[in-house]
Design a protein around this ligand. Structure first.
Ligand SMILES: [Zn+2]
Length: 685
């Protein structure tokens, strides 16, 4: 029998040999091995030490992660029905193993004994942090609770998971259920042809073969109708249906999320109180960079105070334009997207297609690599490795002296059976295993248009930004110098700080000194004209004030709902809806319809991972903008600023708190000014 390639850990994943039938046997083997290791560590009678507790677990978890990571990756980029089945079958087993691990009291005791031992005091910062993180996660999972409270905590977690799933189902059902059939084409004026073709096909596909066009609340229909339909009544009808989804004003009472939200909030408060926190926000913030609710609220309020005048200016300009150019004297919520599109088109006339001709793939990658080689003192060279598709490329990153730092796969193009979107994932994490140093390896995945007719692939400016963004996550994973599993690369980095290394890269895409070196017209070879770049730059901050206060409104509502709002009644705001309206009065500049029930479909905080965490979008933007301002001060291509970012942020990974890394890099705590300046929101002196 040939050995299972998923169990070969001697080097890179064996993508040339891995086949679906290898998956289950490999995962079963690794889980048996991992459970045996857990038993051995738990039952070990020797004193708890780094060598008797952390190392054996790290070794076995690393093997499981690497094999499972390869399977997860293949399922995402070259899925087949068989592979998907194998992935789902084994996902259940792998998840169950991790759940058991997190609740294993014997391991918790071993970690506690290790933290109390004389050895701990002598460990370096990265090792201490890895142990502290384990203890924190055990505690947040309820490991320290007495038995009856532990059972209750578990029951609460399960009910919360079910309620979140129910919340999502209700929004999805309410969205999918609604449709409007339009019979006359004049009523659809302004809507793009591809959207109408889709709507026509939708009507024809109906069981009773409807005539005309079927409009729905799904994004690819809803958004273009709101942006482009000249028919105001049509926009009003879709708007009303959209903002009342899954509410008491929606189509069906069984899809109303009002009771789901009420129960969720009661249970979240209970879970937090069981663990000794006054509310869910304080509990949610424990593993995050923000210290407490007060710090987040101060941050949001400061930003709001400085941004609101610009949002008001944006709104005044928009309503004046709507009145004068569009004859919309009484501005309504369903005019917002429509008038904004018209104003944008009037002010910044250029086409995405025109821009994209100047960004062929080879120029973009060469420009990106030259940038990071210059500022970080590294070298990137194409290399060879087994891959999962002929278009996938592979690269080595070395130091200037040729020492290997890390490697990455680059899978650029959209294709069938590949998950949409762009992301970075770890293939191998950096760590020391005895005498051997394991180099980090990353997967960089995008879904860009492939080359056609022998011409190179070309990218829009947005797509160039996406490539830079994901490459920033990749550098965080690959330029780490930490040798401890769990805190090297992106592992163990606080959730609200993980976008700093990726977002900082986006800034370079707005620098003429960087961009001018990475363009060549796909037909003529001419560089991007400065005039076109200036138009791009001008459009960048269109309505940035309005967009920022909208994000702040969501973030403030989320934070107050999980801290100040009382789920047991009483208090200043009787319902989440009342709180949402109070927040809007405070911060919003765009009026809402009285029937607006957007809270009932706010999936980020009720069904996603963003509860008491929505602020992190703006939080990370402030960090990355402020960090980038050091490059602006020292020179955009400054190797000194680059070396400092590499040493203090990228190299450190999760081995110390993100705020310490930030301050070590910037020389002071984060400030709002750079983000406001980048967004064009500065009051002229
Ligand atoms: Zn990201």
């Amino acid at each position: 029998m040939t050995p299972n390639p998923l169990l070969d850990f001697s080097g890179l994943p064996r993508f040339d040999a891995i086949r679906t039938p290898h998956v289950s046997p490999a995962v079963d083997d690794l889980l048996v091995e991992a459970r045996a290791t857990v038993e051995r560590v738990a039952a070990d009678s020797r004193p708890a030490s780094w060598a008797t507790v952390v190392e054996p677990l790290a070794e076995t978890l690393d093997r499981l992660d690497r094999a499972w990571g390869a399977v997860r990756h293949l399922n995402a980029v070259v899925s087949t029905p068989d592979l998907r089945q194998a992935y789902h079958d084994n996902l259940t087993k792998v998840t169950a193993f991790h759940t058991d691990l997190a609740q294993d009291m014997r391991l918790f005791d071993r970690y506690r004994a290790l933290a109390a031992s004389p050895e701990y005091a002598a460990l370096d910062g990265a090792r201490k942090k890895a142990i502290d993180n384990e203890l924190r996660d055990f505690r947040l999972g309820g490991a320290e609770l007495p038995d009856e409270k532990k059972a209750r905590f578990k029951a609460v977690q399960e009910e919360l998971a079910n309620l979140s799933a129910k919340f999502d189902d209700n929004v999805l059902d309410a969205t999918n259920d609604w449709a409007l059939f339009v019979e006359g084409e004049p009523e659809l004026a302004g809507i793009p042809a591809d959207v109408l073709a889709e709507a026509r096909a939708g009507a024809e596909a109906e069981a009773d073969g409807k005539r005309g066009w079927k409009l729905t609340l799904r994004m690819p229909c809803y958004l273009p109708v709101m942006q482009y339909a000249d028919n105001r009544e049509l926009r009003a009808a879709l708007h009303r249906a959209y903002v009342t989804r899954a509410s008491e004003l929606g189509a069906r009472p069984e899809w109303d999320n009002t009771p789901v939200i009420a129960r969720l909030l009661v249970l979240r408060r209970e879970a937090a109180e069981l663990l000794g926190y006054p509310n869910y926000a304080e509990y949610s913030l424990v593993p995050k960079m923000a210290k407490n609710t007060e710090e987040v609220m101060t941050f949001l309020n400061d930003l709001g105070r400085r941004v609101k005048p610009f949002a008001e200016r944006d709104y005044a300009e928009l309503t004046a334009f709507a009145r004068d150019d569009l004859a919309l004297a009484e501005f309504t919520p369903w005019d917002l997207a429509y008038a904004s599109e018209k104003l944008k088109a009037k002010r910044y006339a250029f086409s995405e297609q025109e821009i994209r001709h100047y960004f062929p793939e080879d120029k973009v990658l060469a420009g990106l690599y030259r940038l990071v080689e210059t500022i970080y003192g590294i070298t990137i060279r194409e290399a060879t490795a087994a891959t999962w598709h002929p278009t996938v490329r592979f690269f080595d990153i070395t130091d200037r002296d040729g020492t290997l730092i890390g490697q990455f796969y680059l899978d650029m193009y959209a294709r069938e059976h590949k998950q949409g979107g762009a992301w970075m994932d770890d293939a191998i994490n950096r760590r020391r295993a005895g005498a051997r140093l394991q180099h980090p390896v990353a997967f960089l995945t995008c879904n860009l248009s492939p080359p056609v007719d022998g011409k190179p692939a070309t990218f829009t400016h947005d797509e160039v930004i996406t490539i830079f963004h994901e490459f920033g996550h990749g550098l965080h994973q690959l330029l780490t110098r930490v040798e401890v599993a769990g805190v090297s690369g992106i592992q163990g980095v606080e959730w609200d700080a993980v976008e700093l290394p990726s977002q900082i890269m986006e800034n370079f895409c707005w620098e003429w000194d960087v961009i001018s070196h990475m363009t060549a017209h796909v037909d003529t070879g001419a560089p991007l004209p400065r005039e076109l770049f200036d138009k791009l730059l001008a459009a960048k901050n269109f309505q940035s004030g309005m967009q920022t206060v909208r994000q702040l409104e969501f973030a403030l509502f989320d934070m107050l709902l999980h801290s100040a709002w009382d789920p047991h009644g009483g208090g200043e705001w009787p319902t989440p809806q009342a709180l949402a309206e109070a927040v809007r009065r405070e911060i919003a500049v765009v009026p809402r319809a009285p029937y607006d029930r957007a809270v009932q479909s706010f999936g980020h905080i009720f069904a996603g991972g963003y509860a008491a965490g929505y602020y992190s979008y703006k939080w990370a933007e402030v960090l990355s903008a402020d960090a980038y301002s050091l490059f602006e001060e020292q020179g955009v291509l400054s190797p000194a600023a680059g070396a400092r970012f590499r040493d203090e942020v990228l190299a450190r990974g999760g081995s110390r708190p993100a705020i310490e890394s930030f301050v070590a890099f910037r020389g002071r705590p984060p400030q709002l000014d750079a983000l406001l300046r980048h967004n064009g929101m500065v009051i002229p002196a």
